[in-house]
Design a protein around this ligand. Structure first.
Ligand code: IMP
Length: 433
């Protein structure tokens, strides 16, 4: 029972958390491999609702061990808050249930301040980041002066490192960005306190995962963000600073490709995006409100991390097929299918057009995507409420046709369809081994 990867097929917020929750049933380890507390998962355990950004959402299952892999950037403040939140809700997050890679990098207040300063400097070209310091933390990593989790093990040297890091960042903040400096000693003392709590959580997570795979246990790699936010494959520069795509799981956990069993691409039955950047099938007006919801329900389209209303649009099969190529999905999951009930017709983007020429795939990946116009295929919608559907035959034929058309264009079988917010509201056509 090797490695299964759950990956966002769009711009994040596809509902990966609930698929991880479903698949975690059989997993012994659930591991985050990229990003940091820019992600947002709402996890329900019994009557309790947890809003998580960093801790793997699969940890809510009591038999699992959670991992923050080397590809993750860890904000210790967020981490401790989440540990507290879960513990208070009756979910144990002791050091034997959560392991952090020594090679993961730390996010500091300097990274957050730089994120805000850089966004302000970009002005109208801002990316619309989550302001969690993600970009600057990965910049330090690739510049080879980032602070790794392992450094917390040597308290004295760690405090000095944090102080020096803040002082260096202050030179950028004040000299380039005209922003306020941080108090290096205060931050160093704060981080020393975090280190004292977090050191028992540090473990060789790559080895742990390798050993689990060797003895046939299932390991679930829990994606954050989504394919189109990938630093290399996404809609650059309106992307995050890590690799949320499936190959990123291998680098971000320290596992070889031969262990991969399933790559499950999670896509909404329509499409959403938060932050700036191209979105050719974007809608506004009444249809947008219908797809987005009004914000009264937790599953309406408002960001878990930032509360921002999400941009919404028709499902883009050109981009989904692109996601299929860069991830190699073995199965697709379609979420929020119930939201499409009563919409007629339902549009699917099946190509792009520029200067009278229709392209089934974008000629240069997502480069200059905005210079093309979506080509739509209209499918008849269905009126029925599908929230109680449990199996394929329970879905109206028009809904089945919508799914079949997606499957056909993308080239991966649809294994699961979510038809409502509750755990059981899921049509299952496939089972993971
Ligand atoms: P950053 O990751 O905070 O640097 O933000 C870069 C872009 O990724 C922005 O457009 C964010 O809105 C977007 N983003 C980051 N994390 C998520 C997520 O978990 N869901 C959806 N969008 C995200």
């Amino acid at each position: 029972m090797p490695l299964d990867i759950v990956v966002g097929a769009q711009w994040g917020d596809e509902g990966k958390g609930r698929m991880v929750d479903l698949f975690a049933e059989k997993a012994s380890i659930v591991a985050r491999y990229s990003g940091g507390d820019n992600a947002g998962h709402t996890v329900t355990v019994g009557e309790q609702i947890f809003k998580l950004h960093l801790v793997p959402s699969g940890l809510a299952r009591p038999h699992t061990i959670g991992v923050l892999g080397n590809g993750v950037v860890v904000n210790p403040n967020t981490l401790l808050k989440e540990i507290k939140q879960l513990e208070e809700g009756g979910v144990s997050v002791s050091p034997d249930r959560l392991k952090i890679s020594p090679a993961a990098h730390l996010i500091t207040p300097a990274h957050r301040a730089l994120d805000a300063a850089q966004e302000a400097m970009r002005g109208k070209d801002s990316i619309g980041t989550t302001m969690r310091g993600i970009g600057p933390a990965y910049m330090d990593k690739t510049a080879r002066h980032g602070i790794r989790v392992a450094e917390m093990l040597d308290e004295e040297a760690f405090a000095d490192r944090i102080e020096a890091h803040i002082k260096a960042a202050n030179r950028l903040l004040t000299g380039i960005y005209d922003a306020e400096p941080l108090d290096a000693k205060v931050v160093a003392a704060e981080y020393l306190a975090y280190a004292r709590i977090l050191t028992p959580y540090i473990a060789d997570t790559s080895r742990m995962i390798g050993e689990a795979l060797q003895v046939g246990e299932k390991v679930l790699a829990e994606g954050a963000q989504g394919t189109l936010l990938d630093l290399d494959h996404g809609t650059y520069p309106y992307v995050t600073s890590s690799n949320p795509t499936a190959p990123g799981a291998l680098i971000g956990l320290g596992v070889g490709p031969t262990w991969v069993n399933e790559v499950i691409g999670v896509a909404k039955a329509f499409q959403t995006r938060v932050g700036e950047g191209g979105f050719p099938t974007e809608l506004d007006g009444e249809m947008a409100t219908q797809l987005r919801g009004t914000g009264t329900n937790p599953w309406d389209e408002f960001g878990t991390t930032t509360g921002r209303p999400r941009r919404v649009g028709w499902l883009d099969l050109v981009l989904l097929r692109y996601a299929m190529r860069v991830n190699g999905f073995t199965h697709l999951t379609l979420t929020k299918m119930d939201i499409l009930s009563g919409i007629n017709p339902i549009r699917l983007c099946v190509g792009y057009k520029r200067n009278g020429v229709v392209y089934p795939d974008l000629p240069l990946g997502t480069y200059q995507m905005d210079a093309y116009y979506p080509v739509y295929e209209d499918l008849p919608g269905w009126e029925e409420d599908i929230q109680s559907a449990q199996k394929w035959e329970d879905l109206p034929v028009k809904c089945q046709n919508y799914v079949l058309r997606i499957q056909d264009v993308v080239g991966a079988p649809v294994g699961w369809i979510s038809v409502g917010p509750e755990r059981e509201q899921m049509v299952r056509m496939a089972e993971l081994e």
